[in-house]
Design a protein. Structure first.
Length: 130
């Protein structure tokens, strides 16, 4: 009986550890690392081949790949060390998370809507409405 319980605990523990975060958790982690300007943590929220669109409706992505996203945000974090995003509202529809954000700490404060598509715990596409 004791061996059976140990085996059950090991199987249960493995399944808990192996669970992929859902879209909401992934996007929240992305927002938290963005606000800490944790570049490596932030970049790790995106898939290797992420497509990052500057505006909703663009036919071609402005950035492709995690390395391109990391390079872009490295410069932004360097240029705007007080840059922050305050979440004003959020909706989740399946694999999409839509955030309404208030961005401060840049040349001009602004409201944006960010749309993130998440698959297997990583952002694979994102669009921005300014």
């Amino acid at each position: 009986m004791k061996k059976f319980l140990v085996a059950c605990l090991l199987i249960w523990g493995h399944s808990v550890l192996a669970q992929t975060p859902g879209p909401l958790e992934t996007v929240q982690r992305q927002l938290d690392t963005y606000n800490r300007q944790d570049l490596k943590g932030f970049a790790a929220c995106f898939s290797e081949d992420v497509q990052w669109y500057r505006r909703l409706g663009d036919s071609l992505p402005a950035l492709v790949g995690r390395k391109a996203v990391e390079k872009f945000y490295a410069e932004m974090f360097r240029n705007y060390p007080n840059n922050k995003s305050t979440l004003l509202g959020r909706m989740v529809q399946g694999q999409l998370v839509i955030d309404h954000e208030w961005i401060t700490g840049r040349e001009k404060d602004m409201r944006i809507v960010a749309i993130y598509e998440v698959q297997e715990g990583l952002i694979v596409r994102c669009w921005f409405i300014r």
